[in-house]
Write a protein that binds this ligand. Structure first.
Ligand SMILES: O=C(O)CCC(=O)C(=O)O
Length: 263
């Protein structure tokens, strides 16, 4: 279902939008959770195979998993690890949302699972996604899908509305106390404007790649599992000015590719 004009305008003004309808129905959600847990359990106790703990500080990089105080677990490119998540890339209700915002020629930038385990789930500090990516034009959008209910206790998304209109801002290496978090960036945010976006499982929000956002630790006794799909319009270039022509075409047509239109 395409977004209504009113919702597109809200996104353009605010830099984020809570999707007004449920995007993943219950059966589908159960299946995704099963696959998600399988991907994480296959990698449990390893630092590799695509699993990273983003909460690891510089002095902890040699520590064993048991020594980590908090865990902001990330698995990149879930679509390469699970058929269910590969299918999710081509799931029309999500592509309809992305298409309403960036046009009908849609490529995947990447996807990622972001898992905050109960009690120990770590924070993700204030940042813009494009602080990491530095893509041009900065027109990418991310659909963040709650696989569990996400709220202020277990680390839902928190955004600074309309922060995307200020353009790209500078970022520095994130810290916890006086220890650096090598995997994470940080930017200043006007916290007085912060808005939490709690979501029920199966619901989603979408944010612009220049919108400043963060998530808090998971203080609750409930897991917070999420999957984020980052979409880009065909024609996007990476930080070196190279056209990202080899990324998957999810919908529409890529004039830069010799291949056929997308499925
Ligand atoms: O899921 C999280 O905790 C962080 C999500 C995030 O920063 C993002 O989707 O860009």
């Amino acid at each position: 279902m395409k977004l209504k004009t009113r919702d597109v305008q809200t996104f353009q003004q605010q830099g984020y939008l809570e999707i007004p309808h449920r995007v993943i129905e219950e059966d589908h959600l159960q299946q995704l959770r099963k696959s998600y847990d399988q991907v994480f359990s296959e990698r449990h106790g390893t630092s590799g195979q695509g699993l990273r703990n983003l909460s690891v500080t510089e002095s902890m990089t040699d520590a064993t998993e048991d020594e980590h105080e908090s865990e902001m677990l990330q698995v990149m490119e879930m679509w390469q690890k699970s058929k269910d998540f590969q299918d999710l890339l081509y799931y029309d209700p999500l592509l309809d949302i992305a298409g309403s915002l960036i046009g009908e020629n849609i490529q995947l930038f990447h996807d990622q699972a972001l898992y905050k385990p109960a009690k120990i789930g770590g924070a993700v500090p204030w940042h813009q996604d494009n602080g990491y990516w530095r893509c041009q034009p900065a027109d990418l959008v991310s659909i963040w899908i709650a696989l569990d209910d996400a709220d202020q206790e277990n680390g839902c998304m928190i955004v600074i509305p309309a922060s995307h209109v200020d353009g790209q801002v500078s970022h520095s290496r994130a810290k916890t106390g006086d220890r650096e978090l090598p995997a994470l960036l940080f930017t200043d945010a006007n916290e007085s404007k912060a808005v939490s976006v709690p979501l029920k499982a199966g619901h989603a929000m979408v944010h612009h790649c220049l919108t400043v956002h963060q998530t808090q630790p998971n203080w609750s006794d409930r897991d917070r599992r999420a999957i984020v799909i980052h979409y880009m319009p065909v024609g996007t270039e990476n930080s070196e000015g190279m056209l990202l022509k080899d990324n998957l075409l999810l919908r529409g047509h890529d004039p830069h590719s010799s291949g056929a239109d997308s499925m």
